[in-house]
Design a protein around this ligand. Structure first.
Ligand SMILES: NC(=O)c1ccc[n+]([C@@H]2O[C@H](COP(=O)([O-])OP(=O)(O)OC[C@H]3O[C@@H](n4cnc5c(N)ncnc54)[C@H](OP(=O)(O)O)[C@@H]3O)[C@@H](O)[C@H]2O)c1
Length: 252
């Protein structure tokens, strides 16, 4: 991208769950658009490889050892981003797990992991970032929800519940801070080819999910990264609050 089309030049972004999939692609897209980028996740080797790649293209990058279920780690990630990259303009709450399965016979540990990562993680990161954004009178908080936050399905109950919670939290926050210049947005992907289904623990649910993903032309992570870039590149008076992106082949 040439300077003339680097809409995020001078901005600082923090992307959670940037060690793979949508988060990694989003970090690349934001860096290409001119932002300095802090990338957070638990797999440090993957983050360091990404950071090296982005620095090689001239971006300022901070790799953060971040478990979003740890409130203090979230606060530290935001503090270090501000201290080491000079501010925080864009927070992309992307880290998440999708441990699909029936409610009958489920292992509640899957539920704890989904709710602590997908819901509390978004809340902790937002809590750490939002005061500074309100103070500076600007900022973007982009929360990665899902089609699963709008349509409940048998076999996805607690994942649905986690993304419903993200949607409700986002809309409430939006009303609270939009008058103070802070935009809150939801990006809601359908099926995207990433590592997301690899972590499903119920064997039948894992097989069914992977079959669903490969039965159609699923989205690529870069397709969603473009949606995030679109949201955060708007003029200050334009708030794109919700973007639902399905593969053309996905009916529900
Ligand atoms: N793929 C889809 O079809 C799809 C559809 C709709 C919505 N989404 C949402 O998109 C987001 C990204 O998923 P993806 O598809 O890109 O899957 P992915 O490739 O598995 O990426 C998930 C990311 O979240 C990170 N993560 C998981 N637990 C974390 C924790 N406790 N703390 C910090 N980071 C954590 C992972 O990094 P580490 O393991 O290194 O920590 C990884 O970077 C999720 O919120 C997901 O619900 C995905």
């Amino acid at each position: 991208m040439t300077e003339a089309v680097r809409p995020l030049a001078g901005k600082v972004a923090l992307v959670t769950g940037a060690s793979s999939g949508i988060g990694e692609a989003t970090a690349v897209a934001l860096a290409e658009a001119g932002a300095a980028v802090a990338v957070g996740a638990r797999r440090k080797d993957r983050l360091e490889a990404l950071a090296d790649r982005l620095r090689g293209s001239g971006a300022s990058v901070l790799a953060l050892d971040l478990d979003v279920t740890d409130e203090q780690a979230c606060a530290d990630a935001v503090r270090r981003t501000r201290e080491e990259l000079g501010g925080l303009d864009v927070l992309v709450n992307n880290a998440g797990v999708m441990l699909l399965g029936t409610i009958v016979g489920a292992d509640p540990e899957d539920w704890r992991r989904m709710l602590s990562t997908n819901v509390l993680g978004v809340m902790y990161m937002t809590h750490a970032a939002v005061d500074g954004m309100v103070e500076q009178g600007s900022g973007d908080i982009v929360n990665m929800s899902s089609v699963a936050g709008r349509t409940a399905r048998k076999g996805a109950g607690v994942y649905n519940a986690s993304k419903w919670a993200v949607n409700a939290f986002s809309e409430s926050l939006r009303q609270e801070v939009t008058g103070r210049g802070v935009r809150v947005s939801l990006v809601e992907p359908g099926a995207v080819s990433t590592e997301l289904t690899d972590h499903i623990t119920q064997p039948d649910a894992k097989a069914a999910s992977q079959k669903m993903y490969t039965s159609m032309r699923s989205l690529e992570a870069e397709d969603i990264a473009r949606a995030v870039l679109y949201v955060v590149s708007q003029p200050a008076h334009v708030a794109v609050n919700e973007v639902l992106v399905r593969p053309t082949d996905q009916e529900r």
